[in-house]
Design a protein around this ligand. Structure first.
Ligand SMILES: NC(=O)c1ccc[n+]([C@@H]2O[C@H](COP(=O)([O-])OP(=O)(O)OC[C@H]3O[C@@H](n4cnc5c(N)ncnc54)[C@H](OP(=O)(O)O)[C@@H]3O)[C@@H](O)[C@H]2O)c1
Length: 308
């Protein structure tokens, strides 16, 4: 049996106890490819996202980039040697924190020329959430949006996508990230720790902004303070709360066209029209350290693991 390194859960009983382990390389079915992983995106969900029918030992992780080394007989659009990025969510065979990962063909995105494995691995989960969030805002060019918790993985892309659509952006993060958010295109920046942050946004837009994109848990309810009467709050972390002043609140939902939009976004990143920011690249073996960094929720942009 061919073996590989992986980070994940050895036995089901070990719950969320993550370890570096030697396990068998997964076998692929007719509709899958085997990817030799080159880089892996790290997210605060990684410790928790696992299907109920997971097979143990189970590598965690839901996104990454690499090179195809084996192809299932029904796979039509890819060949061995192709470089791809993907979201591999809830795969019972195991996730992406491993030397090899079995990926369904319909999850694959070809890596555009000029995109590095590191940037490719940083893109899919944050890109998908940012695209879904921006779409759900339902805004038009010239409208205003407040993005809460905006210097991290999703916010870095959401600010740029909002500006590209012609929206005027206010955003929040601690003061050390204000110049960063301005460089991404935000017009007004506030510190969520400052008790006057909502007044500052109201000074910028006295009637309130048209909509808010609440990225961090708990920011949905606080974002209502600066949304206009009858405006909208879109939450990315599933916040549940009572609304006021005819404001509507919705969670982001999956749209079938999102894969096509992700492909376009990957091209825009490769062309340099949208910036991917990776604060730090960790060697794979230091994956748990990288996960702790992300779980603290203060990364600038994305954290990525690089395979040797
Ligand atoms: N629904 C989906 O499909 C989906 C997909 C991916 C992720 N998510 C959810 O999105 C969240 C992660 O987003 P992310 O990856 O962008 O996170 P992240 O990279 O950890 O974002 C960190 C950002 O949040 C700010 N922040 C930290 N604490 C805050 C607070 N109390 N109030 C406001 N802002 C705060 C940080 O600012 P400073 O560093 O300046 O403090 C920084 O701007 C998770 O809750 C995850 O479950 C959902």
């Amino acid at each position: 049996m061919k073996m590989m390194k992986a980070i994940g859960i050895l036995h089901e009983a070990q719950s969320n106890d993550l370890t570096l382990m030697d396990i068998a390389i997964p076998t692929i079915n007719k509709n899958e490819v085997l990817v030799h992983m080159q880089a892996i995106g790290v997210g605060s969900h990684d410790r928790w996202f696992r299907p109920s029918n997971a097979k143990y030992p189970y590598p965690i992780g839901i996104e990454g980039a690499g090179t195809i080394v084996e192809i299932g007989e029904n796979v039509k659009n890819y060949i061995i040697g192709d470089q791809v990025l993907f979201i591999n969510n809830m795969q019972p065979k195991g996730g992406t924190w491993a030397n090899f990962s079995a990926i369904s063909e319909d999850a694959l995105i070809s890596m555009p020329n000029g995109l590095s494995f590191i940037d490719a691995a940083a893109l899919p989960v944050a890109g998908k959430a940012a695209l879904e969030g921006i779409k759900a805002l339902g805004l038009q060019a010239g409208d205003t949006v407040f993005i809460a918790g905006a210097s991290g993985a999703i916010g870095t892309l959401a600010i740029q996508l909002a500006v590209a659509d012609g929206y005027r952006v206010a955003s929040s993060a601690s003061e050390k990230n204000h110049a960063y958010m301005l460089s991404l295109g935000a017009e007004k920046v506030v510190d969520y720790v400052d008790e006057t942050w909502a007044e500052q946004v109201r000074l910028w837009m006295p009637d309130g902004v048209d909509a808010a994109l609440a990225i961090q848990p708990g920011t949905g309810v606080t974002s209502m303070k600066i949304v206009k009467d009858g405006g909208k709050v879109i939450t990315i972390s599933g916040d549940q709360f009572e609304t006021e002043r005819q404001i509507t609140a919705e969670q982001i939902t999956h749209h079938p066209e999102i894969q096509r939009k992700l492909i376009t976004l990957a091209t825009e990143v490769a062309d340099g029209h949208i910036r991917i920011i990776v604060e730090q690249v960790y060697p794979f073996e230091q994956g748990l350290e990288a996960l702790k960094k992300v779980e603290a929720r203060h990364a600038q942009g994305k954290i990525v693991l690089k395979m040797e």
